[in-house]
Each structure stands twice: as structure tokens, then as C-alpha cells.
Design a binder for this molecule. Sequence first.
Ligand code: ZN
Length: 175
Amino acid sequence: MLEFTWFVHCPRCGRASIEVHQKNAMRCTVCGYVYFHNTCAATAGIIETGDGVLLTVRAHKPKAGTYDLPGGFVDYNESIEDALRREIREELGIDVAITAYLGSFPNRYVYRDVVYFTADSFFVCRPIDEVVPLTGSEELRRWEIFPVDKLPFDKIGFESNVKALGLYRRFSASR
Ligand SMILES: [Zn+2]
């Protein structure tokens, strides 16, 4: 676990006395403090428009320049569904209705040299109003809409998104 976090010192007593505890936690051998580097809940939406699925282009690290699905991490005291609607509103300026739960896949998200293990939940959504995004969101450089049979699988940054869009393609064909 310590190779994912680079933690050296105990956050409670400050001594360089931590060891791996179970597989996803650290324990201080001096004061006994235990901290779990737990899996984070994250979510992403596959937004269906009349012309296909909306993919965003990542503007920032990690994976800048690759295609992504709109979404993000779940906040404290927030449901996964509320997190998804909030993230899409923040990123794209649109409100969506969730039409189906697709499934979940594990992912790794590296931020400032710390590896976060995530469980990503994927939902199918539709815009409540006509899609007229979007200008100048800090989080995004741009977005594009792809027909289901032309999804750019080789340019998608995160493995969990590749798997989710593969599942979506089968889900879409079965309707
Ligand atoms: Zn300690």
C-alpha cells in the first residue's frame, strides 16, 4: 500500500514509523494509528443524444488529451446518482435524467504521485433539455458526439471507460 501513497510519517504522531496493515492500510508502530487508503466511489455518465454519445476531451492530467466520460468523485454525504448529475452540470452546464444503471468497473487514478483505487459506476443518461453546451468550462477543453458504432476506443484514457462503453455498445444493440 505504501508504494501507492508514498506515506512515510504517521499523520497522528509524526514519527517515521508506519508499516503496511492488511493490504490497503497503514499502521503506526509507535502510537497504533491506522489509516485505510480505501477505494473511492466515482461515477460517469454515458449521455445519449439524437446523434450519438457525448465524450469529453480531458484538459488536464491525468490522461490529458484523451477522450473521457463526464463524471467524477462522489462527495461526502452524496449519493452516486446526485454526484453524477452534479458533475455533469459542472462540466457541461446541462441537466440530465438517468435512464439506466449500466454497471461498475475498477479503475486507478493517479493524482500527484498518489494512486487512488476507484470503483466507477456507469449510468446511461439523457439531457433534459436540448444539448447546447458549452463554453469555457475549466474542466474541459471540448466535447464531441460519436455514433455508437464509431466510438474511438483506442483514444479513450481510462480502462474502466473502455469497458463501460463496450458494455454500453452491447446494451444499446440489445434494445
Ligand atoms: Zn503514530
